[in-house]
Design a protein around this ligand. Structure first.
Ligand SMILES: Nc1nc2c(ncn2[C@@H]2O[C@H](COP(=O)(O)OP(=O)(O)OP(=O)(O)O)[C@@H](O)[C@H]2O)c(=O)[nH]1
Length: 373
C-alpha cells in the first residue's frame, strides 16, 4: 500500500516537473504532431459519414468538413516547437476549435443525433491521442473540454433541440474511461522514466566510487567551458593523483588499493561544494571542476584535501596501517590567453594544463600542489 502511495505521489510530482515533461514531449512529439494531422484528415473524411447519414444536407457540408484541413497548421506548429508548454497550448487550441467546428456541423445537419454520438466518442479519443506527450493535467483538461463544451453550447440554445440525456449517456462513461486510461499512461511513462534514469545514471557514474566517470565529466566540462565563453565567469580545474599507487597495490593488494580510491573520492566529495563536479578520470586519477571559482579559492580546497589524505591512516587487509599522499595540479580558464577556441577545445586545453601542473607536482617530489603556467 505504501509503495503504491509513493508511486502515485511520484506520478503527480513528475507531472508538474518541467524537465520531465519537456523530455516526455520530445519523445512523443512526432506522434503527437502526426495525430493532430490525422485528426485533420479524419475530420475532412467524416464527410462520407455525413453523406451516409443525410445525403440531402451532405452537399452543404463539404466545405465545413474540408475546413478541418486547417488543423494541419497546429500539427506543423507542434512538429516545429521544442517547448512542451507551447505545444500543449497549440494542441488544446486546435482541439477547442475542432470541437467547436464539429458542433457547428451538428447544428447544420438535420439528423444530428448520430453525428453527435459519433463526435462524442471521436473527440475524447483524439484528445487522449493528442496529449500523449503532455502531462496528466493537460490530458484531463482536454477531456473536460470535449466533454463539457457541447453541453455549455447547448445551454445557450444555439444547438436547438439538443439530446442531453442520450449525449450524456455516451459522453460521461467514455470520458471517465479515457481519464483512467490517461492515468495508466502516466504510470507507464513514469516506469519508462525510472528505467531511463537508472540507465543514464549507470552510464554516467564510476561504479567503484559513485562519482562521475570520464565520459560524463567531459560533457559537464564542455557545458562549463561554453558557459565561460558566454559569461567569462571564473572556472577552475583540480587534477588529483594518488602517489605511488602501484606500490600500494603491489604491497597491500588490489582490494586495499580500491579502498584508497574510494577514500579519495569521499574526501573530494565531502570537501567540495554541491555545484562542484567530482569525477574519476581513470585508475587513481580524479578531477574536481569548480565553476564560479578563482584560482586562490581552489588552492585552499586543494590544500585541505592534500592534508586530509596525508592525515587519514589507511588500513590494509592484514590490519596494519599505512600512510598515503596525493599530488594535485590546478588550472583555471583564462579568456585572453584562450580566445578563439571553441568549448570542446577550451576544455581539452584546461585538462592538458591541469595535467601538466599535476606532473610538475609529481616531479617536484609528490604530496604537493602545483599551478598551471
Ligand atoms: N586497486 C586498483 N588499482 C588500479 C585501478 N585502476 C588502475 N589501477 C592501478 O593503478 C596503478 C597506477 O600506477 P602508475 O600509473 O604507475 O602510477 P603510480 O604508481 O601512482 O605512480 P605516480 O603516479 O607517479 O605517483 C597501476 O598499477 C594500475 O594497475 C583500480 O581500479 N583499482
Amino acid at each position: 500500500m505504501g509503495r503504491q502511495m509513493n508511486a502515485c505521489r511520484e506520478v503527480l510530482r513528475l507531472n508538474v516537473d518541467g524537465t520531465y515533461l519537456g523530455r516526455k514531449f520530445l519523445a512523443y512529439r512526432s506522434q503527437t504532431s502526426l495525430l493532430i494531422a490525422l485528426t485533420a484528415l479524419l475530420g475532412a473524411g467524416e464527410w462520407v459519414l455525413d453523406y451516409m447519414n443525410d445525403p440531402a444536407t451532405a452537399g452543404n457540408l463539404v466545405w465545413l468538413r474540408l475546413a478541418f484541413v486547417w488543423m494541419l497548421i497546429p500539427a506543423w506548429g507542434v512538429w516545429l516547437t521544442s517547448n512542451h508548454t507551447l505545444a500543449a497550448l497549440i494542441a488544446l487550441f486546435a482541439l477547442a476549435l475542432a470541437q467547436f467546428h464539429d458542433i457547428a456541423i451538428l447544428k447544420t445537419q438535420s439528423g444530428g443525433l448520430t453525428p453527435a454520438i459519433m463526435s462524442s466518442i471521436f473527440y475524447p479519443m483524439v484528445a487522449v491521442l493528442l496529449c500523449l506527450g503532455f502531462s496528466l493535467f493537460v490530458n484531463w483538461m482536454a477531456l473536460a473540454l470535449v466533454s463539457i463544451s457541447p453541453f455549455l453550447l447547448a445551454k445557450t440554445g444555439w444547438l436547438g433541440n439538443f439530446p442531453y440525456q442520450l449525449y450524456g449517456m455516451v459522453i460521461w462513461p467514455t470520458s471517465i474511461f479515457l481519464a483512467l486510461i490517461c492515468v495508466a499512461f502516466a504510470f507507464g511513462d513514469r516506469r519508462r522514466h525510472l528505467l531511463e534514469k537508472a540507465l543514464e545514471d549507470a552510464s554516467n557514474t564510476d561504479p567503484l566510487t559513485g562519482v562521475a566517470n570520464r565520459r560524463h565529466f567531459q560533457l559537464l566540462l564542455q557545458r562549463e567551458t561554453s558557459r565561460f565563453l558566454r559569461t567569462s565567469h571564473p572556472c577552475t580545474l583540480l587534477m588529483l593523483d594518488i602517489d605511488h599507487f602501484k606500490r600500494i597495490n603491489d604491497t597491500f593488494g588490489h582490494p586495499t588499493g580500491d579502498r584508497a580510491i574510494q577514500a579519495l573520492a569521499n574526501i573530494c566529495c565531502k570537501m567540495s561544494r554541491d555545484v562542484d563536479i567530482v569525477a574519476r578520470l581513470g585508475g587513481e586519477e580524479f578531477a574536481i571542476l569548480m565553476p564560479e571559482t578563482v584560482l586562490e579559492r581552489s588552492a585552499h580546497l586543494a590544500e585541505r584535501i592534500r592534508l586530509q589524505v596525508q592525515e587519514l591512516k589507511m588500513r590494509c587487509n592484514s590490519g596494519s596501517e599505512f600512510q598515503w599522499t596525493v599530488s594535485i595540479g590546478i588550472a583555471s580558464l583564462q579568456l585572453p590567453a584562450q580566445a578563439g577556441k571553441d568549448a570542446a577545445g577550451l576544455g581539452e586545453q584546461l585538462m592538458t594544463r591541469a595535467d601538466a601542473a599535476l606532473y610538475d607536482a609529481k616531479n617536484a617530489g609528490r604530496n604537493l600542489t602545483r599551478f598551471a603556467t
